[in-house]
Design a protein around this ligand. Structure first.
Ligand SMILES: CC(=O)SCCNC(=O)CCNC(=O)[C@H](O)C(C)(C)COP(=O)(O)OP(=O)(O)OC[C@H]1O[C@@H](n2cnc3c(N)ncnc32)[C@H](O)[C@@H]1OP(=O)(O)O
Ligand SMILES: CC(=O)C(=O)O
Length: 528
């Protein structure tokens, strides 16, 4: 028997996020994803004639075979002064064919009198009669008590009357909603206890994150015997978002030891979270608990040392449990332990933290990090520093000189020309190339000089290039950091260069980028 049912409303409340606009194809893809992960309910949207995407969604999802999830259609109670069976929106809910119908109704007297502008008595009947009507056409009816906590604080007696009306109507779940997201966990707990006194219907929680406590409120509700949590994977939603079901799923299993259906798939959590970001076309939140890139990324030297000795000294759970990975961040805050770990990872050798080579490498890392290299996003430059410092890479070329000329014609057209003179295999290779800007020209000349000796270099391309002025000194003598992405048919790699001279910073990055390729090829023993 499950302790808690997870009800995902990404397709309805998540789609109310100002940055999200899901197409029918997106919705069907997300529904498949949520079902495969093991959520118990998928709220597909609000089917009504003015929303053809959702009407079509319910038609299409009804034809699909889902593994486990029940599909819910969302709407409101009937309008005032009309019978439930004559209300077009309730009729549209029935027509959707969804086995579960979820309707929201008003709990807050202010909303009854000032927003839907009817009487308190009529609203109670709207709740009861709408649920009763839908029960005749559904496997399950869920009642979402909108603004329940604000309503209870304003008029507790009336708010509890609405719960009794939903109970009389025959709701299968009554879900208390913190619609404005302003309720604190301790307030919520007390109100749950009062609701339990007036109904035997299983309770649920639907929390918004406007006070940053959407997840906390959902967990407190479970502690107060809630058996359903409504939320949104990755916490998308209107304003500050809905309670994040990604975090909630992991917390329920790993912290509250609750039996939830998706618990068996927890190792897929990060993958599912990233897949949703991909479909909604939004960048993933690196700080997202459990699943973010930074969730298990250690930067402080003392933390890295601790994790390497006893992982739980700085990790609240094993990252593998949620499909995430431990990351040691290379930075000026690193210590010898990080260097030992990186050498092991790159060269598969064990070295002692006190070894002078390790200490020398640590000194160079810190010097460069302080200068602005930021190796965490320039892994190939970091690797080249390791290989060079440990004597694993001797460059097959040396630089005699390089030069860049900017030529601007009378017509105002600028052309950059670079010349590069290298010593390769005891020969001089001197090449000139033009480019769209000085870095492009330098890159072209450098590769032209290397290609006769290393033909595979013609397949290496400079794919991205960014310049950032470092520090507070933003004058023309400031340090600049050049960050570049290189790639070939086998993949991409990132490098950086720092100098007060933008051409020199670019040159450092270019040399690292091409040296990285030479190193990789030397490992294959392919040589020329
Ligand atoms: C808390 C939540 O997140 S609820 C979900 C909010 N999501 C949405 O609104 C998205 C989907 N909504 C829609 O497509 C449209 O708003 C519709 C089709 C439902 C209604 O459209 P319209 O009839 O043009 O009304 P409009 O959107 O301007 O106003 C909302 C109406 O719903 C009524 N209403 C609001 N809540 C309820 C309720 N619980 N029970 C009955 N009626 C309600 C309001 O009184 C208002 O009616 P009025 O026009 O007679 O004053
Ligand atoms: C039902 C709902 O979405 C809310 O009250 O927030």
């Amino acid at each position: 028997m499950q302790d808690v049912f997870l009800y995902d409303t990404t397709l309805r409340d998540g789609n109310q996020d100002r940055k999200i606009s899901l197409s029918l194809a997106d919705k069907l893809q997300v529904a498949k994803l949520l079902d495969t992960f093991g959520f118990d309910y998928i709220e597909g949207g609000w089917p009504n004639p003015s929303n053809p995407t959702d009407v079509e969604f319910f038609k299409r999802i009804g034809e699909m075979q889902l593994n486990h999830a029940k599909v819910a259609a969302f709407g409101s109670t009937r309008r005032p002064k009309i019978l439930a069976e004559n209300d077009p929106l309730l009729q549209a809910l029935v027509a959707s064919g969804a086995p579960v119908k979820t309707i929201f109704g008003k709990s807050w007297d202010l909303h009854v009198t000032d927003v839907i502008r009817t009487t308190l008595e009529e609203n109670l009947d709207m709740i009861e009669s709408s649920i009763r009507f839908l029960q005749e056409h559904s496997e399950e009816v869920i009642y979402d008590a909108e603004h329940f906590f604000d309503g209870y604080k304003a008029n507790p007696q009336y708010a509890l009357e609405t719960i009794k009306a939903a109970t009389l109507g025959g709701a299968d779940f009554i879900v208390l909603c913190d619609t404005n997201g302003g309720t604190m966990p301790w307030e919520l707990q007390g109100i749950f206890e009062e609701v339990k006194k007036v109904t035997d219907v299983p309770l649920g929680i639907h929390a918004h994150n406007d006070s940053g406590v959407g997840v906390a409120n959902s967990l407190v509700a479970v502690k107060s015997s809630a058996q359903m949590i409504q939320g949104v994977l990755n916490g998308y939603g209107e304003r500050c978002g809905n309670a994040d079901l990604t975090t909630i799923a992991a917390d329920l299993v790993l912290k509250l030891q609750k039996n939830v259906y998706c618990g068996k798939n927890l190792k897929e959590l990060r993958k599912v979270s990233l897949a949703l970001d991909q479909i909604v076309n939004l960048p993933s939140d690196v700080h997202s608990p459990y699943v973010g890139d930074a969730a298990f990324a250690h930067k402080g030297g003392a933390h890295i040392d601790g994790v390497m000795k006893v992982s739980r000294s700085f990790e609240h759970v094993d990252p593998k449990l949620v499909g995430n990975n431990r990351v040691f961040v290379t930075s000026d805050q690193a210590g010898g332990s990080l260097v030992v770990e990186k050498i092991k990872e790159l060269l598969h050798i064990e070295v002692d933290k006190k070894d002078p080579k390790v200490q020398n490498l640590l000194r160079l890392i810190k010097e460069r990090e302080n200068a602005g290299w930021h190796f965490d996003s320039a892994e190939a430059s970091f690797e080249m520093l390791v290989y060079r410092t440990l004597g694993r890479f001797e460059s097959p070329f040396s630089v005699e000189n390089y030069r860049v000329i900017e030529d601007r014609s009378e017509q105002g057209v600028s052309v950059s020309q670079a010349s590069v003179k290298l010593r390769v295999k005891d020969e001089i290779s001197h090449q000139v190339a033009e480019g769209d800007g000085p870095v492009n020209a330098l890159d072209a000349a450098l590769r032209k000089a290397l290609v006769p000796y290393y033909p595979y270099m013609k397949n290496v391309h400079l794919k991205d290039f960014k310049v950032r002025v470092l520090g507070s000194n933003v004058g023309s003598d400031a340090h600049v950091r050049v960050w570049s992405t290189f790639g070939d048919e086998n993949g991409v790699w990132h490098v950086a260069g720092v100098s007060t001279n933008i051409i020199e910073a670019s040159w450092f990055a270019l040399v690292d980028g091409l040296s990285y390729k030479l190193y990789q090829e030397s490992l294959k023993g392919s040589g020329k």
